[in-house]
Design a protein around this ligand. Structure first.
Ligand code: PA5
Length: 437
């Protein structure tokens, strides 16, 4: 269950949102009926219900083989091709004493130091590669794959390197598919009608998540529960309320949304959320600027701005109700640090109290707060939350009247980069750009 509370966002709570709720209901119906913008990319809406046993078995047996053969696995991908997996893996694996192969990410930037260090590090490891790119042509992961594959082949020989590689890409086209097919590399396909940032519940997310030892069936159960809970166009549907609330706040001048969590293991969930909403809504000179913070850590940095800076922000708090890690400080006779008043109090309760104290301060300071509560951080609840955010994003994008499933703006940097790097076919753009530098 995800509970939404809007009492700290609007004076009259839900009553302030009548117009936006109606728009959100229409938007949900458009999504479900496939009558809205970008309707060839809405396969994710029903996807959690459509994953069959054979797909689960295939992903799980591949993950099991990789876990057995590897002490490190490099997941290569960028944007929607890695953020979802990283969000779930970080959320659901312990901070210390992780079990199974070390998960390493690559292909998500172009930093030379990182790659030199990574190649050196991998030389002594039994390692595998999972390379993920829907288009199969994105520069960052393609370059990382080329560099890492060379070491892989040198270390293990081509046959074993191929055996230790899995490619997740388009079913029919792209350079990655070609390399995989030529080398007899195992592949998984990404459905045509699911875009990168909505692909967590395809092999893009599920294979790395399973390799990390997480129960993907429980994750999907959560997503299915979300699909069931949020599929009705009603005034109480939490996905409708969230989409309606953020659009109302945006129209009221709150142009920045910060997703707030109090759990460092959710930092990458924020990164995934930022990509989902930023890339889906930021177009046609519209859209909320999405940001995030992990409190209480960031209360000692961004907290000052949030409390007293420009009043163009609102916050969406992900509140986690319970924790299965009991820990508390003990009473000390001398009480030199003055903390006896916290003795015996569970740290999770202290954290929750900090979140409510902060919420009251920020709300009073002019920062409206939406609260999204989940019961606990586990595979079911994270799966449900991810589906909730995806659905609300589609609804919200339609309220904004944009196509939430394309990203035409991302092409501009790519064209410039190709031109400046001398990619064949970009000669005229290169001459023009060089004059500007
Ligand atoms: O959400 C998206 O569609 C993008 O963020 C893509 O996932 C990202 O650009 C990577 O693309 P590809 O998987 O084709 O390499």
């Amino acid at each position: 269950m995800i509970n939404i509370n809007l009492d700290n966002a609007f004076k009259d709570g839900v009553n302030s949102l009548k117009t936006e709720i109606n728009l959100a209901k229409e938007a949900l119906i458009k999504l479900q009926q496939g009558t809205g913008k970008g309707n060839n990319f809405i396969g994710w809406v029903t996807l959690p219900n459509e994953i069959d046993t054979a797909t689960f078995d295939n992903i799980e047996s591949t993950a099991k083989k990789i876990r057995k053969e590897s002490d490190a696995v490099v997941i290569i991908g960028i944007g929607g091709s890695y953020l979802g997996a990283r969000a779930v893996i970080d959320a659901l694996t312990p901070a210390f004493n992780k079990q199974g192969p070390e998960i390493i990410y690559a292909g998500h930037h172009l930093d030379a130091d990182y790659y030199v260090g990574l190649l050196e590090y991998l030389k002594t490891k039994k390692w595998s590669i999972v390379v993920i790119s829907k288009s199969g042509t994105t520069t960052e992961p393609a370059l990382a794959f080329r560099i890492l594959r060379k070491l892989h082949i040198e270390q293990f020989g081509i046959k074993e390197a191929n055996n230790r590689t899995v490619a997740i890409t388009d079913e029919k086209k792209g350079a990655l598919l070609k390399v995989a097919n030529q080398n007899n590399i195992k592949t998984f396909s990404i459905p045509d009608n699911v875009g990168g940032r909505y692909s967590v519940f395809t092999p893009v997310g599920l294979l790395p998540i399973a390799i990390a030892g997480i129960d993907i069936r429980a994750l999907i159960k959560g997503a299915v529960s979300g699909l069931n809970d949020y599929s009705k166009a009603t005034d109480t549907n939490a996905a409708i309320l969230y989409a309606a609330a953020r659009n109302k706040l945006y129209n009221d001048g709150k142009k920045i949304e910060m997703v707030i969590n109090y759990h460092p293991q959710l930092s990458y969930l924020t990164e995934w959320w930022k990509q989902l909403y930023g890339e889906s809504e930021g177009k046609e000179n519209k859209g909320i600027f999405v940001s995030g913070a992990t409190f209480t850590t960031d209360l000692h940095s961004l907290g000052q701005y949030i409390q007293q800076g420009e009043r163009h922000l609102f916050e969406t708090l992900i509140k986690v109700e319970t924790s299965s890690s009991p820990i508390c400080a003990k009473e000390e006779p001398e009480n030199i640090d003055g903390l006896n008043y916290l003795a015996g109090m569970d740290m999770h309760e202290i954290n929750k109290t900090a979140s409510m104290a902060t919420l009251l301060a920020h709300t009073k300071g002019g920062v409206p707060n939406i609260i999204l509560s989940i019961e606990k951080i586990d595979a079911f609840n994270i799966g449900k939350l991810i589906y909730f955010f995806e659905l609300a994003c589609g609804i919200s994008g339609y309220i904004l009247d944009v196509n939430p499933f394309d990203q035409p703006g991302v092409e501009d940097y790519k064209v410039n980069m190709f031109a400046l790097l001398g990619k064949p076919g970009y000669e005229s753009q290169r001459a023009a750009l060089e004059k500007l530098l």
